[in-house]
Design a protein around this ligand. Structure first.
Ligand code: PHE
Length: 453
């Protein structure tokens, strides 16, 4: 399907498919494969998982639609889009704060995202060297611990990952990455399926145990902390609350159906997370590992599978290549808002803007990386630097920006136009209104308050 009418002086996605790939590329990343399983493990499983699923559809999906809709109206970077759309709706231009907090959030997230992207990249090399051949739980745990303790090593790979991100952004996101994405994303999906199959095959009863750990409702485990974590992760995993989807919407043609596209992106995002969970937890239980292992979870569990299956070395290399690519398609979307802003607001050109912002993010990344070793005891509010940045962004900034977006979209904008744009009949328009005017904002406020008590 073509995106039809061209807007003057503003480029558009070449097709609905191209847009969907870019949006899915930003959404699917380390959040699904690295962060989701370890959070589920730390939060005790199903209560977190089911709440996250609910929030993805009830809260994430409407906000995703609104970010695209606002972006398509504004046709600019997130800050000026918010400002222009607010003015055209007769509202205060201070709504641009939603865009500003978003850009700051993307900047902070990228600093730790790049460190973990570096881990994934290094695991390509470690797998290729056959490091994991025949390895069991204790061995992979030991390898990971040594790896975390080696500052120079972590620094090298963080630098490599940040350099790759910056190079792609500096060149502009050309056909290369989009094409690579078309190959890498399905590849990642297939390999995840292979891993789930392998986990089912070797771990026997642990597979059932993993399934019920993730999906059998146990509401006693749900509390404010888990709910806030699930909410924050729904935002993180859909790349919401950072102006990123707003920026993507600004390149969108009028005839793209926002609701159905959003539904596809949310479903894809959820499927990748669930497959990762079902690939990882059977191995956790079968090998006597701890679900609450933390950020190292996938780096300790998946190598066990690769180390012991036929052709595992090759599959391991492929898996970590795909993972690195999934991370890159997200990290470039995280760098873009800062670069775009510097380019527009300072005399810097695209290249210098990219270099400057990457250097600052890289330096902040070093502080995160030290949190895993030499600065492990440096704590603020009881959290090390990595945890603090994650907390500040996922649990405070993203929900706040998301709240700003939904309040703006549902209360400040002309609802009749939105209804036409989303092509809703009476029934679905009432559902949409109740959801965006009451349920979503009230839920986000309650969870924020409840989460901090
Ligand atoms: N959604 C990406 C992931 O799941 C991470 C991301 C967050 C990307 C915020 C862009 C913005 O890995």
């Amino acid at each position: 399907m073509s995106t039809g009418t061209m807007k003057k002086s503003h480029s558009q996605w070449s097709s609905r498919m191209g847009f969907m790939l870019a949006a899915a590329g930003s959404a699917v990343g380390l959040g699904n494969i690295w962060k989701f399983p370890y959070m589920a493990g730390e939060m005790g499983g199903s209560a977190f998982v089911l709440t996250y699923l609910l929030f993805m559809f009830v809260i994430g999906l409407p906000i995703l639609v609104l970010e695209w809709l606002i972006g398509r109206r504004g046709q600019k970077n997130p800050i000026h889009t918010m400002e222009d759309v607010a003015i055209s709706e007769g509202r205060s231009k201070s709504w641009h704060w939603v865009g500003i907090i978003g850009v700051v959030g993307s900047f902070l997230i990228l600093s730790f995202y790049s460190v973990i992207g570096g881990w994934a990249t290094d695991y390509i090399v470690l797998s290729a060297q056959g490091t994991f051949e025949g390895a069991h739980g204790e061995v992979t745990g030991q390898i990971f611990d040594n790896f975390l303790g080696n500052v120079n090593h972590l620094l090298t790979w963080h630098t490599v990952f940040m350099f790759a991100t910056a190079s792609i952004v500096a060149m502009g996101v050309g056909a290369g990455l989009e094409r690579a994405c078309k190959i890498m994303m399905p590849g990642l999906g297939v390999l995840l399926l292979v891993l789930v199959g392998y986990a089912a095959y070797v771990s026997g009863p642990s597979f059932g145990k993993a399934f019920s750990f993730l999906f059998t409702p146990d509401w006693s485990a749900i509390n404010g902390t888990a709910m806030l974590a699930a909410l924050g992760h729904a935002f993180f995993s859909l790349s919401l609350g950072m102006g990123i989807m707003m920026a993507y919407g600004s390149y969108l043609g009028k005839d793209v159906n926002l609701l159905s596209t959003a539904r596809t992106v949310v479903i894809l995002d959820v499927i990748v997370a669930m497959l990762s969970g079902m690939a990882i937890f059977p191995l956790v239980f079968a090998n006597g590992l701890q679900p609450g292992e933390g950020p190292g979870l996938i780096f300790v569990t998946l190598p066990i599978a690769f180390g012991n299956m036929a052709g595992g070395t090759v599959l391991g290399v492929l898996f970590f290549i795909f993972l690195t690519f999934a991370a890159l398609t997200s990290s470039i979307s995280l760098l873009e808002p800062t670069v775009e802003l510097l380019e527009e607001k300072t005399p810097l050109g695209r290249k210098s803007a990219t270099i400057l912002s990457s250097l600052v993010i890289w330096a902040l990344g070093i502080a995160c990386l030290l949190a895993f070793n030499e600065w492990a005891d440096v704590k603020l509010f009881g959290k090390n630097i990595f945890d603090l940045l994650d907390y500040l962004t996922s649990k405070i900034m993203l929900p706040l920006t998301g709240l700003g977006t939904v309040v703006f979209g549902a209360w400040m904008m002309n609802q009749k136009r939105i209804r036409e744009e989303l092509n809703l009949n009476d029934f679905w328009f009432s559902v949409w209104s109740v959801l965006t005017r009451y349920i979503v904002p009230v839920a986000v406020i309650i969870i924020l308050i409840y989460g901090f008590l």
